[in-house]
Design a protein around this ligand. Structure first.
Ligand code: ARG
Length: 461
């Protein structure tokens, strides 16, 4: 007869003489968090069972039972019928417990030549590899959306800024494509991180490998891992692949939040460069006139969360002695929340960019103000033989004169301009228009329309 307490003895409970304190059970359980690894856990276990049978470590019959049982459990979980129990700590033991319930003694053979330490590392890698592939795709769609917006607004000129002071006129499309380049680098970072996620840790056992004649390459083949971890101690204690993912996500959020900040500024009355579609804004409970850019604000806000997750895991990892330590269980909350936050944020920014209304006239008007052609006036004089420093000084004096008179450079009559330099001629007016200023910035990577168009063609947009 089983005593009532024996019912509660853990899968690992052999050497224990009393049941776990309920406070400890609650404190150590991770099932609420890691249940979402169930598919990966089952896929990993199926591959492991097949390998055990192939190597003659368990019978083919037992392996078939295990595989069938695991598939049935997957269906139970998917249909919401599976009863997760914190007493079984985590997803790995919840599934194993249920497997034995379903298929009897054969279930107890699945964990041969395996530890939860290599199992959880495997599950996390399987999970993240899937998610990173999706994130790479969503970054590609965001990039395409930006490039399409650039194409739609190819003729829009806006003020380019440095120090948030009007600096030189640029194409709005060029500005958008600057973000394209950032997200392209993000995509590359995730793709590179994927190479190091895609390494099979299973077979490392608890830390030392195993005495059973396992075939790790076969498991790698079944699960489509191009590489097998070379050191068992490293395999169970390495979380670099998560740190890399979190770093890539943090840098992505630097970019997302800079774009968000610009959308917030641009949609303000003070700038008025863009209008966010009503569907993407919310109102104020008190001020009837308000239309708030909550989506970009939340993107900007969420960057704090994502940076925090990177910091949290770096701190968890720092100074951990080899190999596995329970601390590592704390990797999942930051990982999962980052995955969810990145996916939701990239998707909504892509939507928003597709529906952005651009106030072409407002941008152009702003681009004509602020003496942003002063550099071009200096360049004009350089083309007429003056050293750049002299030309810079002359152009600066003209700007000062215009500030006093309250007019633009191109509004000064020629006679007045020529008082500053006899080199100035009638063609200066055409030279100073925002359109011709932009069009002349043809150096590689510059804002000229011809450059932007070439880049868009390269991107097949
Ligand atoms: N839930 C654990 C984790 O997420 C699984 C590994 C537990 N291993 C152990 N020896 N307690 O890290």
């Amino acid at each position: 007869m089983k005593s009532p307490n024996e019912e509660k003895i853990k899968l690992w409970g052999g050497r224990f003489t009393s049941v776990t304190a309920s406070s400890v059970e609650a404190f150590t359980a991770s099932i609420d968090v890691d249940a979402r690894l169930y598919r990966h856990d089952i896929a990993g276990s199926i591959a492991h069972a097949k390998m055990l049978a192939r190597q003659g470590i368990i019978s083919a019959r037992d392996a078939r039972k295990i595989v069938r049982g695991l598939k049935a459990i997957e269906r139970e979980i998917e249909s919401g019928k599976f009863a997760f129990s914190p007493a079984d700590e985590d997803i790995h033991m919840n599934i194993e417990r249920r497997l034995t319930e379903k298929i009897g003694a054969a279930g107890g053979k699945l964990h041969t030549a395996r530890s939860r330490n290599d199992q959880v590392a495997l599950d996390t890698r399987l999970f993240l590899r899937e998610e990173v592939r999706l994130i790479i795709q969503s970054l590609q769609s965001l990039g395409r959306e930006l490039a399409r917006a650039a194409r739609r607004h190819l003729d829009v000129i806006m003020p380019g800024y440095t120090h948030l002071q009007r600096a030189q006129p640029v194409l709005f499309a060029h500005h958008l494509l600057a973000y394209f380049e950032m997200f392209e680098r993000d995509r590359e970072r995730f793709a590179s991180c994927l190479e190091r996620i895609n390494v099979l840790p299973l077979g490392a056992g608890a830390l030392a490998g195993t005495t059973f004649p396992i075939d790790r390459n076969y498991v790698a083949k079944l699960l489509d891992f191009p590489r097998v971890a070379k050191n068992s101690i490293d395999a169970v204690s390495d979380r670099d692949f998560i740190l890399e993912f979190l770093s890539a996500s943090a840098i992505l959020f630097v970019h997302l939040s800079r774009l968000a900040e610009e959308l917030i500024l641009w949609s303000s009355h003070e700038f008025g460069f863009v209008e966010l579609p009503d569907r993407y804004c919310t109102g104020s409970s008190m001020m009837p006139q308000k239309k708030n850019p909550d989506v970009p604000e939340l993107i900007r806000g969420k960057s704090g969360r994502v940076f925090g997750h990177l910091h949290a895991l770096l701190t968890t990892m720092k100074g951990l002695p080899l190999a596995y330590n329970r601390d590592l269980q704390e990797d999942k909350t930051p990982l999962f929340d980052t995955v969810d936050t990145v996916k939701a944020s990239v998707a909504i920014v892509r939507e928003l960019m597709g529906e952005l209304k651009v106030r072409k006239d407002k941008m152009l008007a702003a681009a004509r103000d602020g003496f942003m052609n002063a550099t071009d006036l200096a360049d004009y004089l350089v083309h007429r033989g003056l050293p750049f420093r002299t030309a810079h000084a002359i152009s600066g004096k003209i700007v000062q004169h215009c500030i006093d008179r309250g007019c633009r450079i191109e509004e000064l009559p020629l006679t007045e301009l020529r008082r500053f330099s006899a080199k100035i001629e009638r063609n200066v007016y055409n030279y100073l228009s925002a359109e011709s200023v932009v069009g002349r910035h043809r150096s590689f990577g510059g804002t000229a329309r011809s450059n932007v168009l070439r880049r868009l063609k390269q991107l097949r947009i």
